[in-house]
Design a binder for this molecule. Structure first.
Ligand SMILES: [Fe+2]
Length: 329
């Protein structure tokens, strides 16, 4: 019976007999196989035919399978590609080294074909889920950038928001999931603007009350659009609440203080600064110092989290410092 996934498996093995046996067995299961007789040859193949899984021997020529695994896992293009190391059960050193190099699994020599089939199928299932997740997220991120592109006045806004919010969250000691959510939030916070017609979004003059209400729905529309995408669960509150205010005067839910999710409070402060500091259809860009003083005034008046604003001003100072330093280098 064929597994028939059509996935490509790279077999790296210097012994001809074992390499042929593995390739034949995997082909019989419906996989496409590519073979390499050395780790160096495998690295070359990765550049032209990126596989869905790598099966590698340990002891080969100049470069070992462990070193190959470490290189694959260090490369952002391949770090999610599962690597299975072929090694004798008794070779504990190879197993320990393989684990620290980032191997996903081990496969014992001599082979049991049923075991090989089960392990390969399990790893490929995970790989395919990861691929789907990645493409869904990149579609949404591209969508966020498309929305931004409709409005020439907000060019680079999403990118800057992602960068500033992640730096600010790091300075505030936020954990990994919050940082990841903010990176996506930078691109997706205004996703709901997809439902706002150009006539309103790009209107140069003041908006009438009905138009204003239409725009104010974008956080709810955006959060609803990604409902059901579990990988974006942490991003949804940022989208829904990025226009809430610390004193409860924001929208859509009028949340107050710490009831507003931390990621959304961070996004709000950065979003306001960026809006002040860049040109919009109805206003000139304000210089940094003026934007900061408005942000401070609004924070004193209760609009923004009083711990976040000063931390953000510090982060901006650091980023500016870095930019100057890089400019001189
Ligand atoms: Fe917004």
């Amino acid at each position: 019976m064929k597994d028939g996934s059509g996935a490509t498996i790279l077999v790296v093995e210097d012994e001809d007999g074992i390499r042929d046996l593995l390739a034949e067995s995997l082909s019989a299961l419906g996989y496409r196989t590519v073979t390499a007789a050395s780790a160096e040859a495998a690295l070359g193949i990765l550049e032209t035919t990126p596989p869905d899984l790598i099966l590698t021997d340990v002891h080969m020529g100049a470069m070992s399978g462990i070193e190959l695994t470490a290189r694959v896992k260090r490369d952002p293009r391949f770090q999610l590609t599962p690597v299975v190391i072929l090694t004798a059960v008794s070779d504990l050193d190879a197993r320990v080294a393989g684990l620290s190099a980032g191997a996903d699994d081990f496969f014992a020599k001599p082979f049991d074909l049923l075991e090989l089939r089960t392990r390969v199928a399990a790893l490929l299932r995970v790989k395919s889920l990861v691929d789907q997740l990645e493409s869904a997220e990149s579609v949404l991120t591209a969508l966020g950038a498309t929305i931004e592109a409709r409005d020439p006045y907000t060019a680079g806004h999403c990118e800057r928001l992602a960068r500033y919010t992640v730096a600010l969250a790091g300075a505030l000691g936020a954990n990994g999931p919050v940082l990841r959510a903010l990176r996506f939030g930078g691109f997706l916070h205004d996703l709901g603007k997809i439902a706002v017609p150009d006539g309103i979004l790009l209107k140069p003059g003041p908006l009438d009350p009905a138009e204003r209400e239409r725009i104010k729905r974008h956080p709810v529309v955006g959060a609803d659009l990604i409902r059901g995408m579990r990988s974006l669960d942490e991003v949804r509150p940022i989208i829904r609440h990025h226009h809430e205010r610390w004193d409860g005067s924001g929208y859509p839910d009028g949340l107050k203080g710490e009831a507003i999710p931390l990621g959304a409070r961070i996004m709000a402060v950065v979003d306001v600064y960026d809006a002040l500091h860049t040109e919009r259809p109805y206003k000139r860009p304000l210089p940094h110092a003026e934007a900061v003083s408005i942000l401070k005034r609004e924070t004193d008046a209760g609009a923004w989290d009083p711990r976040i604003t000063p931390a953000f001003i510090e982060v901006l100072r650091g980023l500016e410092h870095d930019a100057v330093r890089k400019g001189k280098a």
